[in-house]
Design a protein around this ligand. Structure first.
Ligand code: HGY
Ligand code: MN
Ligand code: MN
Length: 420
């Protein structure tokens, strides 16, 4: 047990819960496959709901399936402080991305209980729906809908490669989980704080335990479709071909060229590349690819957006190419009130800290549109994430929980005249 101003953090409880979560969706290769709204995520949510119900916390779910767990404050109708992250994972995901932030936030609530600490404001834990965007695109779907950046109906209509829509998967999940009260989208929040592994190498290289996250770089996600003509692989001369793969390969190479900068700052990833009909002896008539582009400078993202659209127009002949924007998440600078609280709590606790911009995106990118928002990073080994080898130590995670507990408790105080 760690005595902290923000209650009694129970390291054994936290560790046991992290181990229990690692068993849900385990691939047998050290990681997890717990994609959004699958049986595995339902099982993980049920576990969290069970822990919350043991404490008598109030549970609610909004129309896109975001789950909220509420520890009451002293009353007075004050807007809550929210903390949390996501339970869904990549197909070959690690045991820390997302789940760490949910377990850290729940540990803070229970540490306050165990420390007999009352807060002015209610404190809520959130499990965001479909942060990863692996089964259903785009990334950070639940938080984007929550803040109004993505229309609910558009998100519910998204169909995964398995042919199931978000709406169908969500209904199935809600039938299997214990009933929770309805929660409206975009309900007022006093602040949001998310603990997460860095998912990059900076903190580990700098030998710092805590990342004081200043903000999140911008991103754009696209779906590009290249259309040609299916034809016989043996009889069709090259000059008569409209080979969608050859055009898509050229387009993809051009995307890579325009995103290659001398300082290695821009990030362009083609994560999905589907060739249809996908037989050995038919010339591809259609290729769909996803494009994920990131950069801390919005002007650069806009330049890359224009370049990507021009390449689709100019380099597809004799085929055609169309482009759909799946997600626009602008570069975010977090509220200094929250950033300073993270920095001061890390210093008070004696944890070496480093200011850092997040290369990965998070639900916090959208919450920053609704309320003062911040993040707490802990290092991850070799900077590896979105990989089954993802790892950070219990010591690092507990340091992050301590900082989160202190920050949440500070933000939960009702200063005269501050916030709702
Ligand atoms: O895509 C991201 O940056 C996040 O890890 N889902
Ligand atoms: Mn994450
Ligand atoms: Mn992730």
């Amino acid at each position: 047990m760690i005595e902290a101003p923000a209650g009694k953090i129970d390291v054994d409880r936290f560790r046991a819960r992290h181990e229990a979560m690692a068993a849900i969706g385990a691939t047998g290769r050290g990681g997890i496959d717990r994609q959004a709204l699958t049986e595995a995520e339902i099982e993980a949510r049920a576990l969290v709901i069970g822990w919350a119900r043991l404490r008598g916390y109030a549970l609610s779910v909004d129309p896109i399936g975001n789950l909220f767990i509420r520890r009451p404050g002293r009353g007075g109708g004050f807007a809550p402080v929210l903390a949390g992250s996501h339970l869904d994972s990549q197909p070959n995901g690690g045991n820390f991305d997302g789940v760490y932030g949910v377990l850290a936030a729940l540990e803070v609530l229970e540490a306050l209980d165990d420390g007999g600490i009352e807060t002015d404001r209610p404190i809520e834990v959130v499990v965001w729906t479909n942060e990863e965007g692996a089964r259903f695109q785009p990334t950070t779907m639940g938080s984007a809908v929550y803040v109004g950046a993505l229309p609910l109906q558009q998100a519910l209509a998204v169909r995964g490669r398995d042919g199931v829509t978000v709406s169908e998967a969500l209904a199935c999940m809600l039938r299997k989980l214990p009933h929770c009260a309805d929660r409206a989208l975009a309900t007022p929040l006093h602040a949001y704080v998310e603990a997460h592994i860095e998912q990059g190498p900076i903190l580990e290289s700098a030998r710092r335990k805590i990342g004081v996250v200043l903000g999140i770089q911008g991103l754009r996600q696209y779906a590009v479709t290249v259309e040609g003509t299916e034809a016989h692989a043996g009889t069709t001369p090259r000059l008569r071909r409209r080979d969608a793969f050859v055009a898509a390969r050229r387009i993809a190479a051009e995307f890579d060229r325009v995103a290659t900068d001398a300082k290695d700052i821009a990030r362009l990833t083609i994560g999905r590349f589907d060739v249809s009909p996908g037989t050995t002896n038919t010339i591809p008539g259609k290729v769909t690819m996803t494009v994920d582009v990131r950069h801390p400078d919005e002007h650069e993202l806009e330049r890359l957006d224009r370049a990507i659209r021009e390449i689709c127009r100019e380099r597809a002949q004799p085929c055609s190419a169309s482009i759909e924007t799946l997600l626009t998440s602008r570069t975010v600078n977090f509220a200094t009130s929250v950033v300073d609280a993270v920095r001061e709590e890390a210093a008070r606790l004696g944890h070496g800290a480093l200011d850092i911009m997040s290369g990965a995106t998070h639900d916090a990118a959208f919450l920053a549109r609704l309320c003062p928002t911040g993040m707490i990073f802990v290092p991850c080994r070799d900077g590896v994430s979105h990989n089954e080898a993802e790892y950070t130590s219990l010591e690092n995670m507990v340091a992050g929980v301590e900082v989160l507990a202190g920050v949440v408790q500070r933000l939960s105080r009702r200063e005269a005249g501050v916030g709702a």
